[in-house]
Design a protein around this ligand. Structure first.
Ligand code: ADP
Ligand code: TRP
Length: 332
């Protein structure tokens, strides 16, 4: 069976965009691949979170992925910092990563521009750590968005370089995983392109928000004064709401409001009320699960321990090989 690896940045609560744009593909992968999903808490140290925020975010994301259907029996779900072989391999791989190539990475240049007062060495070697996450499990595929393509390219370079340097075939060069099922870009509620937690007040629909918060956000979403011509093209803000409805509502509901729009009879108040109801029906069972899981420390600890053990086994197998290749051969 082929192996996939993907890292999840622990950034707190997840929204509808994360679900339809990322989690759904993980649910597909865990059925069909030897899959490793991990929470990239070491990566997140580049931004200096407080210990409470770091731990809280790891817990939140772990509980949310479980609530959304990641199954620790089907995949290896683990926390990056639970696997000490990762920082070990990171140390070795850093010796073969060149300053020039690291400085040229788009994400590094971006960070230098946007956080001038915190350009740390961890940011520079972020792509090495990410490559290690992938290579340590000898992944065949990595599901990545556009913003991570360059990192995957660098991963292949590091793998090739290591293999050539020692004349071995230790690391396979991983490919980008292309989703066969339907993955969508979910628009935000404030009409600023894709739904994002950094899209500003009211943009994202979070699974772990209370009903009234979500309801209010949807009722406040930007609309216009209504269609004036039969079958006119919908302006972006309206199309966005229809796109969200397409994800969470029955097809007949979508069709109903589409017809009303096309005949200029739509009332946005009714439309948004229906959308809010359908969003909440979709979100509510997952939110209940999130809360139940977060309250169950025993379950969380069992899941994390089980994931760590599985990840250890695979990582240690690679490290044994790597130490031998490099020439770390114990005298005792
Ligand atoms: P955010 O944009 O809220 O900061 P992240 O960058 O943390 O979200 O995204 C985590 C994952 O969710 C990534 O794989 C990303 O591609 C996916 N994702 C985030 N927002 C959307 C969206 N609106 N539509 C589709 N996928 C999304
Ligand atoms: N860099 C990725 C991001 O910003 C997260 C990540 C870390 C990752 N290690 C990985 C993704 C390994 C895929 C494979 O989203």
């Amino acid at each position: 069976m082929q192996t996939v690896v993907s890292g999840i940045r622990p950034t707190g609560k997840l929204h509808l965009g994360n679900y339809f744009g990322a989690v759904k593909s993980f649910l597909h992968m865990q059925e069909n691949y030897n899959s490793y999903f991990f929470i990239a808490d070491i990566h997140s140290l580049t931004t200096h979170p407080t210990p409470e925020d770091l731990h809280g975010n790891v817990k939140q994301v772990l509980a949310e992925y479980l609530a959304m259907g990641l199954d620790p029996e089907k995949c290896t779900l683990f926390v990056q910092s639970d696997v000490p072989q990762i920082p070990e391999l990171y140390t070795y791989m850093n010796m073969n990563a060149y300053l020039g190539e690291l400085e040229r990475s788009a994400s590094f240049k971006d960070k230098v521009k946007n956080q001038r007062n915190n350009v740390n060495a961890g940011l520079l070697t972020y792509p090495v750590l990410m490559a290690v996450d992938i290579l340590i499990h000898k992944a065949d595929f990595v599901p990545v968005g556009k913003d991570q393509e360059q990192h995957l390219e660098m991963t292949r370079d590091f793998a090739k370089r290591f293999n050539n340097m020692y004349g071995v075939q230790c690391f396979p060069e991983p490919d980008a995983y292309s989703q066969t099922g339907k993955l969508v870009k979910v628009p935000g509620l404030t009409n600023n392109g894709k739904m994002s937690k950094s899209g500003g007040e009211g943009d994202a629909i979070f699974f772990d928000d209370e009903d009234k918060v979500t309801h209010k956000k949807i009722m406040r979403a930007v609309t216009d004064s209504g269609p004036t011509e039969m079958n006119q093209t919908k302006p972006e803000a309206i199309q966005n709401l229809f796109d969200i409805m397409a994800l969470v509502s029955e097809p007949s509901t979508l069709e109903h409001f589409d017809k009303l729009y096309n005949s200029c009879e739509i009332r946005y108040g009714d439309f948004k009320k229906q959308l809010a109801e359908d969003v909440l029906n979709f979100v509510r069972p997952i939110r209940t699960q999130i809360q139940d899981i977060k309250a169950d420390s025993k379950y969380l600890s069992d899941v994390a321990a089980q994931g760590a053990a599985k990840a250890h086994e695979s990582a240690e197998k690679t490290l044994k090989e790597v130490r031998e290749i490099i020439g770390f051969r114990r005298f005792y």
